[in-house]
Design a binder for this molecule. Structure first.
Ligand code: T1G
Length: 687
């Protein structure tokens, strides 16, 4: 087995190259090869300096995550040894960085005496996203080189910085726009005789100046970073140790904190999710070489909230959009909202004015439905009513060019029925964006019975291009995400009648780690969504709220009252409405425990997820988890509903549901797959 590491002498400089596609992860063979390369440099008197560089798309992108949990991860030399061997080399070692130097990759670069990079390179320590911390000296070297504040920001967020910024703060010594290797060799020659060698672990200047208060201030000003997650705090503790102890002691504390995280459930969940997210883009049963169709122009029907948000995704990716509305007012309103959204991003520095102009310049608003004839993909984003959608698809069938993909943004309705309104069901699928469509990363790609393979492949490729995480769903009511919302909403509403309050139910979900509970979510999305609009017809609590204009945040009142800053407070009016319903239904309110709320709203979601799997409406359990993390903010440190079910254990979930079965009545039935997993003590998410 040839080593992924090769060496080559250029004059007095030894070049150590890594060729371990796709991302030069620091697997065992790479670690071994790096040590051998340094040993070769030490032994050769003709070598005065060393350059370490990655071949292919990038410098080292970190430890090999696929080794975690296997003996290979602990096969010597482990990364902490490798980085110390590099730093202790008696000759200067230069890291030549392109692509991404991430995690262990940045730790290797920090152990080098010098770092040079191309301007487009990114440097970061994303371990926190895997529930970890940089475990090869990164928490001790990074603050010494980049300063404590920057080290805190990078380690606790996992967000990389650009090479230019890295150069400004001293993390990178030189930037070379091109011919990186040649310049790195020249630079190595230039510094070959400089002594003492600049060893990051020995630097004290940026540590000494650190104000001890910076740590508590950082925690206070970043509450969301730390809420629920274990890793960010341990990253902060490790960086704090760097300001208190010499490197040799600090790195021992780093190792202790690293192992505590690695052995915890959150790290397992977040590492599982790293692969789950990537697996979601693979469609079982479609030949790898299936070619996507070319999408040069996208058509969007409807310039409302969804149509505008959807259009922005393509415009921002440089894809022209033709947007159609029924009247000029609606068209102007829609394009006006899009411009306002772009300008808001520009005001936050996320976009330049020029980029806003470029994006809006690709937009072609029109009242003429026939203008869609030039589009390769047309997305319908109109009112959620089947007859309206079928009428539109019938018209599209006559206007759209042959081979155009026809998509509906429906969030619940039957794609096969919509496709039946055309003569080309093979070109029809669902593209379910989540609101706000220009922000939320999740895209459910709904596969019709006749959807052609290349149409699906096109959708998955396009999703990546517009920076969405796509998950294939089957045709069922609500697909994956919204279908699992149904039992949660049903039981949550019944719990109100039986004695719980909106705040109690929401608190169980927020304490669990959700961004909001069922009723906070209803107020945000709009209590009136799906309402029959007849204020005289009051059949449930939702009808009663809508009848008195309590449509949610947009009306300043829903399940909660809202102040001018949209801060919620429990509403006596809502409690009155609930009490009325209880009285009418002859229900005497009872004490509802948080455990019951958990079992009737979260366990029932898992049960529905198991039904989705057994019906083949999701390709794999991890896809369901990707939907819920990206579509609804399920806490990634719990992996997703199905991973969480595995940590709870299927038997415990079945037991909980059995406790509630009678109260849930005919609204509930057990998934056979869940019962089967419980009986056999099996998991949903094999890794
Ligand atoms: N280990 C193993 N496989 C990896 C990998 C890694 N670090 N990074 C990517 N892959 C696989 C990925 O699963 C996919 O496989 C393929 O490479 C392309 O990835 C001790 C402990 C580098 C920005 O967290 O952020 O170092 O699906 O689709 O969009 O302190 O990959 O093709 O079979 O994402 O071009 C820290 C994780 C590790 C970086 C490239 N490093 N990777 O994005 O490609 S922990 C990370 C990324 C660590 C040390 C600690 C991205 C990328 P497949 P991709 P991309």
């Amino acid at each position: 087995m040839t080593s992924p590491i090769s060496t080559e002498k250029h004059g007095h400089v030894l070049i150590i190259s890594s060729n371990n596609p796709p991302v030069n992860s620091l697997g065992h063979a790479v670690r071994e090869g790096l040590v051998k390369g340094i040993e070769e440099a030490e032994a050769d008197e003709g070598v005065a300096a060393v350059v370490i560089i990655g071949e292919g798309q990038t410098f080292f992108a970190g430890a090999d995550i696929s080794e975690f949990g296997t003996p290979k991860a602990f096969a010597p030399p482990m990364l902490p040894q490798v980085v110390d061997i590099i730093e202790n080399c008696s000759k200067p070692v230069v890291a030549a960085i392109h692509g991404t130097a991430l995690g262990g990759g940045l730790e290797v670069a920090l152990a080098c005496h010098y770092r040079v990079a191309v301007p487009s390179a990114k440097l970061g320590v994303p371990e926190v996203k895997l529930g970890l911390l940089p475990g090869a000296g990164g928490t001790q070297r990074l603050p010494r080189v980049a300063g404590v504040q920057k080290a805190l920001e990078m380690t606790t967020s996992g967000t990389p910085i650009g090479a230019k910024e890295a150069c400004d703060i001293g993390l990178v010594d030189r930037l070379y726009p091109e011919h990186l290797l040649q310049h790195a060799v020249a630079y190595a020659t230039e510094v070959a005789e400089v002594r003492p060698l600049p060893r990051s672990s020995e630097r004290q200047d940026k540590i000494a100046e650190a104000d001890p208060a910076v740590f508590d201030e950082f925690i206070k000003s970043n509450p969301r970073t730390f809420k629920g997650f274990e890793a960010p705090m341990k990253n902060l503790e490790a960086v704090r140790v760097a300001t208190q102890k010499p490197y040799a002691e600090g790195v021992l504390e780093e190792r202790k904190l690293f192992m505590e995280l690695m052995s915890g459930t959150q790290a397992k969940a977040q590492q599982y999710f790293f692969f789950a997210e990537r697996k979601a883009s693979k469609i079982d049963g479609i030949p790898e070489d299936t070619k996507p169709r070319e999408i040069k122009r996208v058509g969007v029907i409807g310039a409302g909230t969804m149509g505008g948000g959807i259009s922005m995704n393509f415009l921002s990716a440089g894809i022209p959009v033709t947007i159609v509305e029924m009247n000029q007012d609606a068209l102007d309103r829609g394009t006006g909202v899009m411009l306002k959204n772009y300008q808001a991003s520009a005001a936050k520095g996320k976009l330049t004015a020029e980029q806003v102009g470029q994006a809006m310049g690709l937009l072609k608003p029109t009242l003429n439905f026939d203008d869609l004839a030039e589009c390769d993909l047309i997305i319908e984003a109109v009112f959620e009513q089947m007859d309206i959608k079928k009428d539109i698809f019938g018209r599209l069938d006559k206007v759209a060019k042959p081979g155009a993909i026809l998509a509906s943004n429906t969030s619940y309705l039957n794609i096969d029925e919509i496709a039946s309104a055309t003569s080309r069901p093979q070109d029809v699928l669902g593209l379910h964006f989540f609101s706000p469509a220009n922000i939320m990363k999740l895209l459910e790609v709904v596969r019709g019975a006749k959807t052609a393979p290349d149409v699906l492949v096109t959708a998955m490729a396009l999703a990546k291009k517009i920076r969405k995480v796509a998950v294939v769903a089957g045709v069922c009511y609500g697909f994956i995400g919204n279908r699992m919302l149904i039992p949660r909403q049903t039981e949550a509403t019944k719990l109100l009648l039986e004695g719980a309050t909106p705040a109690q139910i929401d608190k169980v979900h927020v304490d669990f780690g959700m961004p909001m509970g069922p009723f906070q979510m209803a107020d945000l999305a709009g209590v009136d969504i799906g309402w029959h609009r007849d204020p005289t017809r009051i059949e449930n609590i939702r009808d009663a709220l809508c009848a008195v204009d309590r449509w949610g945040q947009k009306k300043g009142a829903g399940f909660y009252d809202y102040d001018e800053k949209r801060r919620p407070s429990p509403s006596p009016k809502v409690q009155e409405i609930i009490d009325d319903f209880r009285a009418k239904a002859g229900v005497t309110p009872r004490e509802i425990t948080d455990q019951e709320i958990m079992e009737r709203t979260l366990y029932t979601m898992v049960n529905e997820g198991a039904k989705i799997l057994e019906e083949g409406m999701a390709q794999r359990a991890s896809d369901i988890d990707v939907v819920w993390v990206y579509g609804y903010g399920w806490p990634v440190y719990r992996g997703g509903p199905m991973f969480w079910a595995d940590t709870e254990g299927a038997a415990k979930i079945v037991e909980g549901l059995r406790r509630q079965e009678e109260r849930m009545g005919s609204d509930f039935s057990f998934s056979k797959l869940l019962l089967d997993k419980a009986e056999k003590a099996e998991k949903f998410t094999a890794r």
